[in-house]
Design a protein around this ligand. Structure first.
Ligand code: AHR
Length: 326
């Protein structure tokens, strides 16, 4: 091969490499072969056992999948999540994933990500944005369905009771998708029978401490409580402490239906303190890494991926306890 032909070949190869970089958009994964996929992930916080398990799953799956994870904890504040997303945009990550602390108020920052050609994946919780082009996929549970499952259990449990059945509700973080949806799903089911009365409902912010505090207030203000419906296990566990300190028996004096299915709740169920638990699976890491890789490769991904989950009676929870991962 002549020197001129060899030089032309090298120049051609360089153009091909540069073109390949350009087709990768602004993300860093397009910067050459062997470059790790970079995912910026903004987590809600560390408010519950569920959340801790979710964080662990995402971090471990990233490691396993060879993904560089830029992890940011928003401490339950939307402004921190918006800052984190802006920082991911500045760092030109390949994919942004986040679990939105509340449903509304995301359009501006999601538009900024879109303008920077960085795809966004929603995990666990969704946003109420009308513009569906602002994110590529939403991976997580059906919270309305979870609320309905809790309601279905209640209806069966009290099928032969005359009523009234007085219910207190510990709501999740105000404005969050699981709090909104678990409340409406439950209400949809129990409204069919007027004997079910939600006599008090207040946020416990998905934490054990707040769950206890709000339950203490319910116990003082409500002369008769038959059932506690807690939007997550941590609040239920905090409420159990309040009920016991008030000299009552959780699980019998006050029946408890909760959501999540974490180990601590299963232990409480094995002791007869929680009557029914609706599962919400936090182990989303593997699916998220898989999605991120596909999105970066330009593959079509489903807009909605629902997590599969079940329900647990005390007997089922006791049997599942030894092998429960979270
Ligand atoms: O978004 C999922 C919910 O958030 C879980 O039910 C709860 O425990 C967490 O804090």
């Amino acid at each position: 091969m002549s020197k001129r032909a060899a030089a032309a070949l090298v120049a051609g190869a360089m153009v091909a490499v540069l073109t390949a970089c350009g087709s990768g958009g602004t993300g860093s994964a397009g910067k050459g072969s062997g470059h790790k996929l970079v995912v910026g992930f903004s987590q809600v916080g560390a408010e519950s056992g569920w959340r801790t398990a979710n964080t662990k799953s995402i971090q471990e799956s990233a490691k396993k999948a060879g993904v560089e994870l830029k992890f940011s904890d928003a401490q339950q504040k939307q402004e921190n999540q918006i800052k984190a997303i802006r920082s991911f945009i500045q760092q030109k990550v390949d994919v942004i994933a986040f679990s939105p602390v509340v449903e509304s108020g995301w359009d501006t920052v999601l538009k900024e990500a879109k303008d920077a050609h960085i795809p966004v994946i929603l995990t666990d919780r969704s946003v109420d944005s009308k513009d569906e082009s602002l994110y590529v996929s939403f991976l997580g549970s059906d919270f309305v369905e979870e609320g309905k499952k809790a309601g279905d259990w209640l209806v069966k449990e009290y099928a032969s009771a005359a009523g009234p059945v007085n219910i207190v509700q510990l709501e999740g973080t105000t404005g969050s998708a699981p709090a909104n949806d678990r409340k409406s799903g439950f209400a949809d089911v129990v409204k069919a029978d007027p004997k079910f009365k939600v006599v008090a409902s207040q946020t416990g912010d998905f934490t054990r401490a707040k769950g206890k505090e709000v339950m203490q207030a319910f116990l003082k203000s409500q002369p008769k409580i038959d059932v506690l419906y807690a939007h997550n296990d941590d609040m239920a566990l905090g409420a159990i402490q309040a009920i016991e300190e008030a000299g009552k028996k959780p699980g019998s004096d006050i029946k408890i239906v909760s959501v999540d299915g974490v180990k601590d709740a299963f232990t409480a169920m094995s002791q007869g303190k929680i009557n029914y638990d609706v599962e919400c699976n936090p182990l989303l890491g593997d699916q998220l890494m898989d999605l991120a890789k596909k999105v970066k490769a330009g593959e079509q991904v489903p807009r909605r991926i629902k997590t599969e989950e079940g329900t647990f009676t005390p007997d089922q929870a006791t049997a599942a306890l030894p092998n429960r991962q979270y």
